[in-house]
Design a protein around this ligand. Structure first.
Ligand code: HEC
Length: 139
């Protein structure tokens, strides 16, 4: 009677321990993976100085979410000028960020040729500025 009562108890205690141990190492493995992933993701932001990196990274994300890439590439001219060309043409200052952000929102042509950029009226001005800051940082 006593033996039959104890056996399952001992057994389940053993399983508990085994399970708990397994879970713990599993957690450790996955959390170290997550850290590695974060480090990987942080690579491009760590290439810029800490002061500049946050807004610039935000601008890049915003651009990636928009249709910009159908007309713009970083290095080469597509329908519109390459981002690096734009960065070379304009100094990275508040006035240019302001003007170019307006241009992104309103669209237009004339600075690079006859082809017009489509307007992006749904963009927030602040977001457009973040995008332009990112573009002008690509020198
Ligand atoms: C339909 C194609 C098209 C799309 C989409 C597009 N652009 Fe353009 N973009 C152009 C063209 C064409 C020009 C050159 C306009 C000119 O000559 O003034 C240009 C110019 C620019 C300029 C420089 C403006 C100037 O006056 O020198 C910036 C900055 C820019 N685009 C950013 C963006 C961003 C950010 C997006 C996404 C929100 C975007 N573009 C989407 C075609 C496009």
């Amino acid at each position: 009677m006593r033996k039959r009562f104890l056996a399952p108890f001992v057994l389940s205690a053993f399983f508990f321990a085994a399970c708990g141990g397994g879970q713990k190492s599993g957690e450790q493995a996955s959390s170290s993976n997550a850290t590695a992933g974060q480090e990987g993701g942080a690579v491009d932001t760590s290439m810029v100085s800490p002061g500049a990196n946050a807004p610039v990274a935000k601008g890049k994300t915003l651009i990636d979410d928009q249709d910009c890439k159908t007309c713009h590439k970083e290095d080469t001219k597509l329908v519109g000028p390459g981002y690096k060309e734009i960065a070379q043409k304009y100094e990275n200052n508040d006035k240019n960020v302001e003007t170019l952000a307006d241009k992104v929102i309103k669209g237009g042509s004339g600075n690079w040729g006859e082809v017009a950029m489509l307007p992006h009226p749904s963009l927030q001005k602040e977001d457009a500025k973040e995008m332009v800051k990112y573009i002008l940082s690509l020198k």
